[in-house]
Design a protein around this ligand. Structure first.
Ligand code: S3P
Length: 176
């Protein structure tokens, strides 16, 4: 069976949510948009930051496994995945069943700017004394993990959103 959903993966601040929403609009009314972080906050009844603070990262990752399992069963859905979804292989295995796994890449500078603009308070992993250093440190650890999980890699640097979206559609749903 051909896949009909798309899971956007990549580091915080690469534009998964922005691109995901635009992509969904572009695909028409029968496509839906969801975020794994939103499924998690619904299940936990509290924000991502509060889960990290009160229950710890390990508990957050358990919620994330459950969210990915739910998301992986949805048809015609654009799934914006939290940046750490790839840390548990089971998430990638589950999502791959019905979704093309698309990695969005950006430079550490672009990521830093976006994370600071969107509000760092909602990103507990980099909400530290030196966020830039934290971003670079985590990126170094995760770069290969993202590449291994991805079926399609899209470099977003200096590309307009429309170009990025067309590239995603061409390499996934329109692939023959
Ligand atoms: C995380 C990324 C966040 C969120 C949580 C952990 C990560 O999602 O899931 O703060 O480990 O990279 P975004 O990538 O949507 O910011």
């Amino acid at each position: 069976m051909t896949k009909n959903s798309i899971a956007l993966i990549g580091f915080m601040g690469v534009g998964k949510t922005t691109i995901g929403k635009l992509l969904t609009q572009n695909l028409g009314f029968d496509y839906k948009f969801i975020e794994t972080d939103e499924l998690i906050t619904q299940e936990a009844g509290k924000s991502v930051s509060r889960i990290f603070e009160e229950d710890g990262e390990e508990r957050f990752r358990e919620y994330e496994i459950s969210a990915c399992k739910k998301a992986s069963k949805l048809n015609k859905t654009i799934i914006s995945c939290g940046g750490g979804v790839v840390l548990n292989k089971i998430n990638v295995t589950n999502l791959k069943k019905n979704s093309y796994i698309v990695l969005l890449k950006a430079t550490p500078e672009e990521i830093y700017e976006r994370v600071m603009k969107d509000g760092i308070e909602s990103r507990p992993l980099v909400n530290k004394e030196d966020p830039k250093n934290e971003i670079e440190k985590i990126l170094r650890v995760r770069s290969q993990i993202y590449r291994d999980a991805a079926e399609i890699i899209i470099n977003t640097t200096e590309k307009k959103n429309k170009v990025i979206i067309n590239e995603i559609v061409k390499k996934t749903l329109l692939k023959t």
